[in-house]
Design a protein around this ligand. Structure first.
Ligand code: NDP
Length: 330
């Protein structure tokens, strides 16, 4: 099968500037944490990437450790880039990260120069690329001096292995410190990749203000709470869902009665807005323009189509927002 992207792929997507940088990201990006590993159906992953690009998703997010086995999501993405998307490389934003456990011994995780420089080389190898568009430090390192981590990231950009630097899971104070160092080095931080959803609002306390002051964008991961913020669990746990599968990160016990009650109310509210719950959850993350992109996952092409349609209505009235706050606070 040869792949030719749709001509109309840029018509419906919205592209948002990441902080004060020159780079725009699609309002919805696709992550490869689940469903793109060596244990998953390669053709399904390939179809999802094709469909995503056809719908204007230009940004695909990987990490060194995505699998299992670790590295296999990058390898699969590399195959798709090589065989299907090579002519479109300049239309794509490919990101990867390093920070979590990747190889054995003291140099295979966290934030030392040794780990980060080795890891980007390994990632480029697996992806079959000369450079990634965004390279992230995946989580703060409590032991390595921030200066060392940021200098390594700056060096990665200067050596042409990444175009932009991102941080991930950095709290307000950590983001401020990283940003100050990176500005001094001359490689401003592009973006902070953070968890954010209706069930997880920690970034609202102080991080969003810091990011705005520093001119840093944000990309919200797990915006659907791994699928909980959709209508899929309302009538039980479907066999083909993440909660029913072998993911370490979502188990059936996470689908609690308390959450389900909120989900049902949110689902009714979404229906009143003419949206699916997944669409409303994504629109909510993107409301008011504070978040650059919502970073979704998917196990099926149809989910990507459902989720992209969120962009048809990103506006909320004050009453609608209050209703959501009330449901969440109940
Ligand atoms: P989501 O919250 O978007 O959950 C995605 C899952 O929800 C899908 O795999 C699917 O699961 C289900 N789903 C999606 N759309 C629909 C729909 N329309 N209707 C019904 N079910 C739907 O995000 P993820 O948890 O997948 O994470 C997204 C990305 O965020 C990752 O791939 C990664 O790039 C990034 N990430 C970053 C982290 C970091 O530390 N920086 C940590 C975690 C994630 P199902 O299998 O049940 O169909």
């Amino acid at each position: 099968m040869t792949y030719t992207p749709r001509k109309e792929r840029y018509e419906a997507m919205q592209y948002n500037r990441s902080g004060k940088s020159g780079l725009k990201l699609p309002a919805i990006s696709l992550g490869l944490w689940h469903n793109f590993s060596g244990n998953d159906n390669f053709e399904n992953g390939r179809s999802m990437i094709h469909r995503a690009f056809d719908l204007g998703i230009t940004h695909f997010d990987a990490a060194n450790n995505y699998g299992p086995p670790a590295g296999s999501a990058e390898e699969n993405l590399g195959k798709i880039l090589k065989n299907d998307l090579k002519p479109y490389r300049d239309e794509l934003i490919i990101s990867t990260k390093a920070g979590y456990d990747m190889w054995e011994g003291p140099y295979g995780n966290f934030g030392s120069r040794k780990y980060l420089i080795s890891s980007i080389d390994q990632s480029l190898n697996r992806l079959g690329l000369d450079y990634v568009d965004i390279f992230y430090h995946h989580r703060p390192d409590p032991s390595t001096p921030m200066e060392e981590t940021m200098a390594a990231l700056d060096q990665i950009v200067r050596s042409g292995k990444a175009l932009y630097i991102g941080i991930s899971n950095y709290k307000a104070e950590q983001a401020k410190e990283a940003s100050t160092i990176l500005k001094r080095l001359g490689t401003p931080c592009l973006i902070n990749q953070v968890s954010y959803s209706m069930f997880n609002r920690w970034i609202e306390a102080d991080l969003q203000d810091v990011l705005e002051e520093e001119g840093i964008g944000s990309i919200a991961f797990v915006p659907l709470a791994q699928g909980i913020l959709t209508n899929k669990y309302i009538n039980g746990i479907p066999k083909d869902s993440r909660a029913a599968g072998d993911s370490k990160f979502l188990q059936s016990s996470d689908i609690t009665a308390e959450k389900l009650e909120k989900i049902k109310k949110l689902n009714d509210h979404a229906r009143d807005r003419g949206q699916s719950l997944a669409q409303m959850a994504l629109a909510w993350v993107l409301r008011g323009g504070r978040v650059t992109s919502a970073l979704i996952g998917a196990s099926k092409v149809s989910q990507i189509e459902d989720n992209i349609a969120a962009l048809k209505n990103l506006d909320f009235t004050q009453e609608e927002l209050k209703k959501i706050d009330d449901i969440l606070a109940d």
